[in-house]
Design a protein around this ligand. Structure first.
Ligand SMILES: [Zn+2]
Length: 293
C-alpha cells in the first residue's frame, strides 16, 4: 500500500519554549511491522501505538548509540509486547500478535482489552553507562497513551499529555501516529490551561492524521500558542540484529545446552523476534562455540 504522507517526527516549541511538542506519523513503519508479524487488527493498533510512543522517547536521546526499550507486560491475550528505539528507528514484537478481542461497544478497537488492564510498563534506557536507566509504572488502562503519560509524570517527573492512535483495516494500518506535549519549568498557568483544552483536539489523532499533513495539524491545534517547528526527521522500522549478536546469544546458553543441541538436532536455527529473520548455526559453528567457551 502507498500512503499519501511520509512517516516523520516534528519537534515543536510553543510560547517561546514554555512547552514542547513531538508529533509523529508512523503509518508506513506500522505497515512494515504488520508485514513482519501478521497481527490481528487490534494487535496492529497496539503495536503501532507502542512504536509511536517509543519513538517519542528515542528521538530525544542525545548520543547516536543510546537506545530505549519499552516493554508492556499486561494480563491480556496479547502477552508481552516490546518495542525498541534507537534515534529515529524502531522495531516491535509481541508474544501473541495474532490474538484478538471483540470491538468495544463504541466500535473502536479494544487495545486495552488485548493488552490487559493490569500489568507493568517498563522503560529501559541504555545510555552507554555501566547500568541502564530503568523506569517502571503500573498500567492504567493498557490503551498505552495514558500509560505513557503516567510514565512521564511518575517516572520522569515531567507533566505530559500523550495521544496515540492507529486506524486499522484488515490487519493493515490506514493511519498511525502520536503526539507528546510537555510543559517545561516556568510554563505559565494560562499556557497549561490552554494545552489541556487543546488536548481534546487530538484525542482522536488517527482520524486527524488520515488526511492532513503534520504541519497543518500543528497550525490547527496550537494556533495562538506560537508553534515553531525546530526539527523534522524521517522515522522508520529497522531491526539491527546480526549474526554476531545471535552467536553471542547462542554462546550464552552454556556448554551443556550447546552439547544437547549437538546431540539432538545437530544444528540451531535462531529467529529474530523483531524481524523474523532466521539464521542457522551448523554443527561446525556450535563446535567452535564450545571450543571458545
Ligand atoms: Zn532482527
Amino acid at each position: 500500500m502507498t500512503y499519501s504522507f511520509p512517516d516523520e517526527m516534528l519537534h515543536v516549541t510553543l510560547m517561546d519554549g514554555q512547552a514542547r511538542v513531538l508529533l509523529c506519523r508512523t503509518t508506513q513503519l506500522s505497515a512494515d511491522a504488520a508485514r513482519i508479524h501478521h497481527p490481528s487488527n487490534t494487535a496492529c493498533a497496539a503495536m503501532s501505538r507502542l512504536m509511536s510512543g517509543t519513538l517519542m522517547l528515542s528521538v530525544v536521546m542525545k548520543n547516536p548509540t543510546d537506545s530505549v526499550t519499552v516493554t508492556v507486560a499486561g494480563d491480556g491475550p496479547l502477552g508481552k509486547m516490546t518495542a525498541a528505539g534507537m534515534q529515529n528507528a524502531v522495531k516491535v514484537t509481541a508474544e501473541y500478535a495474532q490474538a484478538d478481542v471483540p470491538l468495544r461497544q463504541d466500535g473502536h478497537l479494544d487495545v486495552g482489552g488485548l493488552v490487559g488492564h493490569h500489568g507493568r510498563m517498563s522503560v529501559v534506557k541504555d545510555l552507554g553507562m555501566d547500568r541502564p536507566y530503568v523506569g517502571q509504572v503500573n498500567l492504567i488502562s493498557g490503551e498505552l497513551a495514558e500509560d505513557f503519560a503516567q510514565y512521564y509524570t511518575a517516572s520522569e517527573q515531567v507533566p505530559s499529555l500523550v495521544a496515540l492512535g492507529a486506524r486499522v483495516y484488515d490487519g493493515q494500518p490506514l493511519s498511525s501516529g502520536g503526539i507528546l506535549v510537555q510543559t517545561l519549568p516556568g510554563c505559565s498557568d494560562e499556557v497549561i490551561d490552554q494545552l489541556e483544552l487543546r488536548s481534546m483536539l487530538f484525542s482522536d489523532i488517527s482520524i486527524e492524521l488520515a488526511d492532513q499533513p503534520l504541519d497543518r495539524l500543528i497550525e490547527l491545534w496550537f494556533d495562538g500558542l506560537k508553534p515553531v517547528i525546530v526539527k523534522r526527521e524521517p522515522v522508520m522500522y529497522r531491526c539491527d540484529c546480526s549474526r554476531e549478536r545471535m552467536r553471542r546469544a547462542l554462546a550464552a546458553l552454556g556448554k551443556e545446552e550447546l552439547e544437547d543441541i549437538l546431540r539432538t538436532d545437530g544444528h540451531a536455527t535462531l529467529t529474530c523476534h523483531f524481524c523474523r529473520k532466521a539464521r542457522v548455526f551448523s554443527e561446525e559453528d556450535i563446535r567452535k562455540l564450545l571450543e571458545d567457551a
